[in-house]
Design a protein around this ligand. Sequence first.
Ligand code: PEP
Length: 252
Amino acid sequence: MRKKLLLGNWKMNKTPSEAKAFALAAGEMVDLAVEHGIDVGVAPTFVCLEAVKSNINPKCIVAAQNVNEHEKGAYTGEISIAMLKEIGIDWVILGHSERREYNGETSVACNAKIKALLANDMTPVYCCGESEKTFDEGKTKDFVRHQIEEGFAGLSQEEAAKVVVAYEPIWAIGTGKSASKEIAEDTVGYIRLVLEGLFGGAIAEQIRILYGGSVKPENVSAYMSMPDIDGALVGGASLEPDSFLGLIKGML
Ligand code: PEP
């Protein structure tokens, strides 16, 4: 039985003091989620990680939005795994479509990061998803299969089971135009089939796959009613405590 997961992606929002205010306001809602068997977390910017980690309910996952796969050295502007670990961060979002678009992050680069995170007992949340053009052309499954094959390349079964996947159609991110629950389930179910082909049915059944793209308190329960969707990666609606609580309530 896969545990439900709600993860808020704060993108480039909130200063450290704003992030701290959210963390202090979120204590009881994290307990509510955990009491109902839901894993819950937020992904602030690097400069807000410590403010959130040290002020939020310790049961809340705090994730970074990226990491560099190299141990240390001449990588100006980058953040290493050891730096995250030292401040207690052990989850990282990888391959978000905004990083793919604006920072040239590829699935192959994500694969190296996934391997480095797993080697350090950390949890990667690997994002995939197609553009509107790819969706309109009916090529979503081919596109996403490729992203999954490249992202998971060379992983053992044991490693693959520890990766969280987030299916986020780009046309639904921040647009208010969410995918219907049927469209989301169709692709998420297909991703599970691809994972089954790569790692076998028992492993594919363990891997959590989230849907992301304009998820709100009003529509989250529809996605959660689908058999292959294990939770949500949420941008805009994760930024304010009231709305975050609404998301948790919609997942109960
Ligand atoms: C996201 O940032 O991953 C996302 C899905 O954003 P939004 O919920 O705002 O569409």
